[in-house]
Each structure stands twice: as C-alpha cells, then as structure tokens.
Design a protein around this ligand. Sequence first.
Ligand code: ADP
Ligand code: MG
Length: 310
Amino acid sequence: MNDHGLSLGRSAGIRDGRLRDGGATGAGVAAATSLDDYADLQRGEVALWSSPQLADRPLIVPRRAVVTDDRNVQPSAAPAETMLTARGVTKSYRRGEHVIPVLHGVDVDIRGGEFLAIIGQSGSGKSTLLHLLGTLDRPDDGEIYFEGHRIDNLSPAGRDVLRNRHFGMIFQFYHLLPEFTALQNVLAPLMIGNGLFTYLASRRRLRAQATELLDMVGLGHRLRHKPRELSGGELQRAAIARALVSQPRVLLADEPTGNLDQGTGEEIMRILRTLNREQKLTIVMVTHDAAIAASADRQVRLVEGRLAQA
Ligand code: ADP
Ligand code: MG
C-alpha cells in the first residue's frame, strides 16, 4: 500500500481470475464480477466491476479501521463525513513562456446531500476548480478527497471509473454527441461503464432506465431527437439525464444555465433543486450569477484563487 491506503498492484493482466492494473500512480484497480470477488479486493483498492449486484458498492473499498500489516497507512486529511474535500489545491496554466496562476490554495469541504454554489467572475478559475474536483485534471499541489479517499493521484483508469460511476457532470454548452439521439446520449455512459457485452445483455433494462430519466426531466417526447433538433433548455435536460444515468453520488455543474434565457434557466434550477431535495443528490455548481447561486443551500466565492464566504 502507498501512504494513501491504495494498494500497489504492479502487474497488469488476469490474476486470481481478476484483472489488476497498478497504473501510473500505483493505485490498485481491480475488476470484480461477483460479490465474492468484491469481498476479496484489498482495502483501499479501486474496484471496477461489471455485475449489477455490485452497483451500490463503494468504488473504493473501505479501509479497515485498524491496519496492522502496513505501517505506512496514514489517516486521511479529509473529515469523515464530507463527500468531497479540497486541501490547499493550486493550479497554474502555462501559455508559451508565461505561467498563469489560477488557484492559490483552495480549501473546501462538501457534505453529502449538500447543494453548494461556487460564485466567481469570468476567468476566476471556476471551471478549473470544478475540473479538478471531478478528476478531469490534476492540481499542481494540494489534495482532493472523495468519501475520505484521496483521488487526485489516482491512475487514469481509476479516474475514468470514478467519473463514470460516481460523478455526473453538466456543462454550459451541454457537450452532447451530435450524431446520437437524446436517448442514445443518455445511454452512452452505460455503454462505456458496463462494456459493450454487458450493455447488450441488459439493453432493455438500461433503455427503460434512460427513458425514465428523460421522462423525469420532461423530455419523454424527445427521445429520438438529435441535439440540433432540441432547444437550449431541452439540451440541458438531456445532459442532466445523461449525468444521472449512472446514479452518481455527486453532480458537478459548470454554469448550467449560462447559455439559457432567464425562464429556461429557472426551469433547469428547479430540476437541480428537486434532485437535491428529493433524491439527496450532492450538487456542486459553479456560476458567475449570484441570483442563480441563491438556489443553492450554501454559497462560497472564488476570489484571487481562493474560496471565501460569499
Ligand atoms: P472561469 O470558469 O471562472 O471563467 P477558468 O477556470 O476557465 O475560469 O479559467 C481561469 C483562468 O485560466 C483564465 O484566465 C483562463 O484564461 C485560464 N485558462 C483556463 N484554461 C486554460 C488552459 N487550458 N490553458 C491556459 N490557460 C487557461
Ligand atoms: Mg468557466
């Protein structure tokens, strides 16, 4: 194990009937296909799996309370009850010879079930921070934790699994696949997450699940429409359904109403509030708009690369 409690599986390939891959950072990734396999994973290992029985198991196998066989394991810097934590996160971009500092030490604790809005002016680093929280990019320094486990140093495979299974993301410009229908766009994460074979075997159930979500966001009558045949509000509804289809623990929203008129933006915010209140979905939304941020339970402001009370 390394000092974050992630096991160091160095060999890639099938071992003991399971796929293991140490990955670049040494975070163990293993594919479990049954409950027995899952129980067998080493503590702290990142689990990939394909069985529906395992759908509600934590992605990162909980560490034992007392670790007697590894003196290197250190307690996590994240409070146990938080879902997402950033500690001293810094990030700069390099453009030619210039270094553009963006984040100067961001600290934040996001509780499970919370709806947090991060407000900041254009260019203040909101998208940068959201991408770091969602493991789309890595900080220069500092740490990010999900459910108490460090995630900023996961291997690329571990990050892919984390995003596919536990993080839903929506963006200002929707990022739907233009050649796919609304339904196919919502199904895409399931195809990727399950693998084609498992996906095809359970296609009927998964299609029903995706259709139900599109119905829930008010798009049941647009299943077979392609993005170019949908309005801005409809595109964002489809993107929300896509973000929810893997039943994520956290929804990360980057200016979700930034491209919509006020009324349509309010409809999208109603959907997000409902998901938060009724399904206890944890939401982290970044926006430049204080009126939109007012929908959240708590607001913080990104100023000069750090978070402050709004
Ligand atoms: P916001 O989402 O608050 O508008 P961003 O996080 O997108 O801000 O960007 C913060 C700063 O970092 C801006 O000055 C932007 O130009 C710069 N920036 C963002 N992404 C990159 C990149 N990939 N390369 C260079 N500079 C970038
Ligand atoms: Mg942005």
